[in-house]
Design a protein around this ligand. Structure first.
Ligand code: SF4
Length: 506
């Protein structure tokens, strides 16, 4: 599974009720690749699609050409959407053989449907965001001679795919979808049109998935949803804070993170969980989108600059160590220089631990596309983005400088991106690189911060790092090399870690 550089926002075998049977295709041994753009929700959806293809007897193509290629797309910005069509051209225009089947999944598929065939005739199927469970059936029908299948309907089973039917990227942390869709309709955002209205899983189903993950050796879970703090258990109305209690009570789960909450829905109960210092880690991605009250009004975000700052202040009063990251859009419809400067000063006041920043890009169906002119010239948007990122870089350097000398507990994720060291994450989600044996991957260790850059920290272990005792037999490893409970070849871990991070949801 390939994960491409981020777009935006907030993503096996056995029959399941309502899910097309995934019995292997007789006599066929196809290799597949799922290529992913966009958010964690998309990364997680790709894990589900990989499992669906595996249920047909297809094998992952790591480096060799693939027979089935699924492009799991992001439409949150026009640039991300266009990459898909470029990629289809690459797949069919290499001079060699094109993949036998090319599918477009994800938000572009949901948004454009069959219109994609008009622009990319080489595509064989379109798979919407709420139709992942249909993938095995679609592949079978295409192999049996059908052509051009479009499936963008809503399938209730899609939200509650059992954990054993998700082919997770090996690692130490795993995603759990707790809800899908969004009812907020911020004026710039396409998500309610591509992911639909809010739907929540039950606490009991989510806890079962967390138990399964803990049994497989995962120690950290990230709860995913477009607007997690409007979560409600459809069975007994438990809220998001109570959900974190239930997941935190699962033996073996030591860390919980989530993305993304909406500032307008933030409850004091959730702040109390941060203050309590349990498994809920002291980091939160809190999308601000702008620092200007007038821009926030045009975005229909439901809070003012003052209310956002008041929320940050309350959160930090309760949990002083809380690190906050955010999303910011520059050049939204009608944004004046003065309004943009309000966003710059928001950086100074909040001092976010990291920022995902983007130029505004008009999206179909949205209120902004219908009522607000996209009138900030693109060169001006670029200048503002560069200015914002430069300001944020200085803030991150200053924050990181203050951490030198501190000791933090890291969950060791594996080899660092540049190689030669290990990388782990502290409770505040910052990346720390340090020397250590690769066998310590998956364990917790204490590290003293000795240096820093704008995006990561440098450290040295305090005491020895304990190699993790891997579980599982050689037989189970051979049977399922993706099972983290079994020993995973280092190249697989490295490849997985390279593609692990995507940017948060809106
Ligand atoms: S920005 Fe977030 S809260 Fe607003 S509509 Fe999009 S997904 Fe929903």
């Amino acid at each position: 599974m390939t994960v491409h550089a981020p777009g935006l926002p907030l993503p096996h075998t056995g029959p399941v009720t309502g899910v097309p049977a995934g019995a292997p295709i007789p006599g066929r041994s196809l290799r597949f690749r799922v290529e992913t753009w966009g958010c964690q929700m998309n990364v997680h959806d790709s894990e589900k699609m990989a499992a669906a293809l595996g249920s047909l007897g297809c094998r992952p193509a790591e480096t060799e050409p693939a027979d089935v290629v699924v492009l799991n797309t992001c439409s949150v910005r026009e640039k991300a959407q266009e990459k898909v069509f470029t990629r289809v051209e690459q797949l069919v225009g290499r001079g060699g053989e094109r993949p036998r089947l090319i599918g477009v999944a994800g938000c572009v598929a949901q948004q454009e449907g069959g219109a994609i065939f008009g622009r990319a005739p080489a595509v064989d199927f379109i798979l919407g965001t709420q139709s992942l469970v249909c993938l095995p059936d679609i592949v079978r029908r295409l192999l049996d001679g059908e052509t051009r299948i479009v499936e963008t309907g809503r399938h209730p089973d899609n939200l509650d795919i059992p954990p054993e039917q998700i082919d997770r990227i090996p690692g130490v942390k795993a995603y759990i979808t707790i809800m899908e869709g969004c009812d907020n309709f911020c004026s710039f955002c396409v998500v309610p049109f591509t992911r639909g209205r809010e739907r929540c899983r039950s606490v009991s189903s989510i806890v079962r998935e967390a138990e399964s993950l803990a049994a497989s050796g995962f120690r950290e879970v990230q709860l995913l949803g477009q607007n997690v703090n409007s979560y409600r258990d459809p069975e007994d109305e438990r809220d998001f804070a109570e959900l974190t209690d239930a997941v935190g009570a699962v033996p073996g789960i030591r860390r919980i993170r989530f993305t993304s909450p909406h500032p307008k829905d933030f409850s004091n109960a959730l702040m109390d969980r941060f203050a309590a210092g349990g498994p809920l880690m002291p980091h939160m991605h809190l999308p601000a989108q702008s620092g200007s009250t007038t821009v926030l009004e045009r975005m229909r975000r439901g809070y003012s600059r003052g209310e956002f700052l008041e929320l940050v202040g309350r959160a930090r009063d309760k949990a002083p160590e809380l690190a906050l990251s955010t999303d910011l859009i520059v050049g939204f419809c009608g944004e004046t220089r003065r309004e943009f400067e309000d966003t710059l000063t928001l950086l100074d006041e909040v001092r976010f631990s990291s920022v995902y920043s983007f130029k505004y890009s008009e999206r179909p169906h949205t209120l902004a596309s219908k009522r607000l002119p996209d009138d900030v010239p693109d060169p001006e948007k670029t200048d503002r983005l560069v200015e914002l990122q430069a300001r944020q870089r200085e803030i991150q350097l200053a924050l990181h400088r203050d951490l030198v000398g501190r000791e933090v507990e890291v969950l060791i994720e594996g080899p660092s991106r540049k190689g030669g060291q290990l990388a782990g994450r502290g409770p505040d989600n910052r990346i720390v690189n340090f020397d250590g044996p690769v066998e310590a991957t998956g364990s917790f260790g204490d590290v003293r911060i000795t240096g820093f850059g704008p995006n990561s920290l440098l450290g040295e272990p305090v005491g020895s790092l304990t190699p993790r005792r891997l579980t599982g037999s050689p037989a189970s490893a051979a049977a399922n090399p993706r099972d983290w409970g079994a020993e995973i070849p280092l190249p697989v871990v490295q490849a997985a870690m390279r593609g692990r991070e995507a940017s948060p949801s809106a």
